[in-house]
Structures are given as structure tokens and as C-alpha cells.
Ligand binder design. Structure first.
Ligand SMILES: C[S@@+](CC[C@H](N)C(=O)[O-])C[C@H]1O[C@@H](n2cnc3c(N)ncnc32)[C@H](O)[C@@H]1O
Length: 224
């Protein structure tokens, strides 16, 4: 299953950025900006950052406005090729969230944006995040979560995600299946509250919020 997911990201890597911008109407940039600004309030100066599931490097682009002390990690070779081209000065590792190739207590912050939904052993990844974070280190998660309850707005968003997004994504990337995976995997994923509960053995959630008019959520949590 994990191999299949990574292969799918390999296939869509060349068109990932352009599809992202179009199907999210650019709002993913705003979510990243807000999430990083909020996280910085809990971090020391010049924090050491690990961006897990870094993909083509969109979070790194935002973190770089504040520091160059960043490492990226992703299992997809093709996504990493795009990221390395964009940021030749940043060090990237190929690897999985559930098996991080780093020493204990190495980082002040771990970010994972739109990546944790793809991790098949989430609990193992959470343990790894806690292991490689320093004392009181910060975990920043951006993810599309399942709604706590259905609403008219959420029905409209789901209609867009289920019916329109796979068509646009499919046409641009030539891989409709990959863009059907997005809404399907959200439906199978956790709600924001459930995801917070998953963290609570190792982390204290400082802030958890759903972004307005979107399925995107943000969690900022501190290592206990
Ligand atoms: C939707 S992309 C998000 C990329 C980037 N973080 C962003 O915000 O644009 C999901 C990424 O998760 C990566 N991924 C899939 N399974 C993973 C795992 N088990 N551990 C870490 N990353 C994983 C994929 O290769 C892909 O690059």
C-alpha cells in the first residue's frame, strides 16, 4: 500500500505544483504562511527544521523566508528531484515518516503538510516525530481532514473535491486516478479531533483549527 502511494506521487511529480496552485486557487500558500507564522511564536531563534513529506518543497519555500536551517525528507524520488532543482542549497533525504534517518532530539520543529494522510502507519510516524524532536519541540501538521459533521458548505466542497478536482487534475497531470485518490483518502482519514487524539500520548496540542471554506486543517503541538 505504502509503495503504491509513493509510486503515485512519483508519477504526478512533474505537474504536482501547477495542479496544486490551480485546484486550491492558490489558497494552500496562504495556509502554509499562517501555519508557519503561528509555529514561529513557539520556536527559538533560527530553529532547526525538518520538513517531512516535503514533496516538491512548497513548505521549504515558506520556511526559507525565516531561516536556511532546513532539511527535507520524502520517499518519492521524483518529488525530490523537483525539490532539489528548486532548492539546491537545501539537503534532502529519501525516506519514510515512520522510519526517520536522524538521531534522537535533532530538530526544534517538524512540519508535515498534506503528507500524514499518506502515511500508512501513523502511530509509528508520531513516535518517530517525538523521538527526533528536541525537548518541547514543535510538530506542525497541515492536512485535509474529514468533517466533524456535514454542512451545506462542506457538501459543496466535497462536490468540488469528488467531481471537479479529479477532472482538472487528471487533464493536467494525465493521471486521473491520482486525483481521485485525494477525495477518497480524505473520506477514509480522521476528523481534526480524531487526529489530535492520535497525538496525545506524545504531544500536547497547542492549537488546532479548520481553515474556513476548505477541508484543510492545522495542528500545532508541543512534544511532552
Ligand atoms: C500531497 S504531497 C505534499 C507535499 C508537500 N508537503 C506539500 O505540501 O506540497 C504528499 C507527499 O507525501 C509523501 N509521502 C507519501 N508517503 C509518505 C510517508 N510514508 N512518509 C513521508 N512522506 C510520504 C509523498 O511522496 C508526497 O510527496
Amino acid at each position: 500500500m505504502q509503495k503504491k502511494i509513493v509510486k503515485m506521487f512519483d508519477e504526478i511529480a512533474p505537474s504536482y505544483d501547477i495542479v496544486n496552485r490551480i485546484v486550491s486557487f492558490g489558497s494552500d500558500k496562504l495556509w502554509r504562511k499562517i501555519a508557519i507564522k503561528k509555529s514561529l511564536k513557539h520556536l527559538p531563534k533560527n530553529p532547526k527544521i525538518l520538513d517531512v513529506a516535503c514533496g516538491s518543497g512548497d513548505m521549504i519555500e515558506e520556511w526559507k523566508k525565516y531561516t536556511d536551517n532546513i532539511i527535507g525528507l520524502d520517499p518519492s524520488q521524483k518529488m525530490l528531484e523537483v525539490a532539489r532543482k528548486r532548492f539546491p542549497e537545501i539537503k534532502f533525504y529519501q525516506g519514510l515518516a515512520q522510519n526517520l534517518p536522524f538521531d534522537d532530539k535533532s530538530f526544534d520543529v517538524i512540519s508535515i503538510s498534506f503528507g500524514i494522510r499518506n502515511v500508512v502507519e501513523i502511530q509509528k510516524a508520531i513516535e518517530e516525530f517525538a523521538r527526533v524532536l528536541k525537548k518541547e519541540g514543535i510538530l506542525l501538521i497541515l492536512e485535509f481532514t474529514k468533517p466533524e459533521k456535514k454542512s451545506t458548505i462542506r457538501n459543496c466542497i466535497d462536490f468540488y473535491s469528488n467531481k471537479i478536482l479529479p477532472k482538472i487534475g487528471g487533464i493536467i497531470s494525465g493521471n486521473k486516478e491520482a486525483y481521485e485518490y485525494l477525495p477518497n483518502s480524505i473520506q477514509k482519514f480522521y476528523t481534526l479531533n480524531e487526529l489530535c487524539e492520535k497525538l496525545n500520548k506524545k504531544f500536547e496540542v497547542i492549537e488546532a483549527k479548520n481553515f474556513k471554506l476548505s477541508p484543510a486543517s492545522m495542528i500545532i503541538a508541543k512534544k511532552i
